[in-house]
Design a protein. Sequence first.
Length: 319
Amino acid sequence: MLRQPLDAPCFALAEHPDGSLWAGAADGRLRRYAPEGGGWRADREIALDQPDVRSIAISPDGVHIAAGFFDARIRLPNGQTSESQVQVVDAASGQTARRFGFSDIEFGSYFALAWSRDGTVIAASGRGNQRGFRRFPLKRVAWPSGEVRTDVIAGDTVFDLAPIGAADFIAATAEPGWARISASGPAQSALTQVSDLRGAESLRVSPDGQSIGLGVVSSARMQGPSGRPELEPRRFDLATRTLSAGGLDLPGPRRFSFRVGVSRWENHRAPLIGGREQPMQPAELSRAVVVAADSAAAYLGTTKTLRRIDPSGATRWSV
């Protein structure tokens, strides 16, 4: 086990082909840890152009290390500022081999970097805004020539990238979703659908309590100018646990019942249902609520879950 005090938080860790570990920290330094006597020894540091290293990737031959930053603008050693998000250094000398600037990114963070297994492509992504658009582009940089290809592969933050095959990549996004990206061909996104329960009419329930109507957002519709995406109505069948088209044909939401008390539910961190404050996860908000036709339960939609709650305030199920 490695226990090493640092002057700044460490956000990135990668294994070198020689068995050592390289760590990237918020103080803008790469640190090398070599295996020694069953433990680890810190033996090298490389100072980068700017602080807040968020991701690193090592070339398959171990010669170069790529680093991605929190800030979209690199402050160069001569005091100049350059639009650049990825810096590549020589692992042996610590000298900068290349800097890559993406002028279409107004701001953002490069949480994810990966180097293809054949060493010919660096993939970089994370959170970023292209000018005038809320987008999360992936950059594929040919190595060492530097040609850049841009694809929008997600409607939310890309948290991780990993090489697969000789020159392909897999990306994981916060939607949640994933995509497979070839070295030069088009990205193949696995489009996701995320429930969006904002608004008083967004949650409905059938009279028999077996179907729930809600709105979902497709990741394909989340790309483009900023603003709330158009919702697609869906019906959730409790018996089969499947989504199908429809849902708006269900009765409008009912929120009053002498048997089930409902209050403090709209965009709240502690909704009251059945006289009981409902437990919420960190950063979770209640968005919508509907009382069943027979008052046997209330259905609560939050930013993370859909729940059935008994008149006593106890949660019967949560998905």
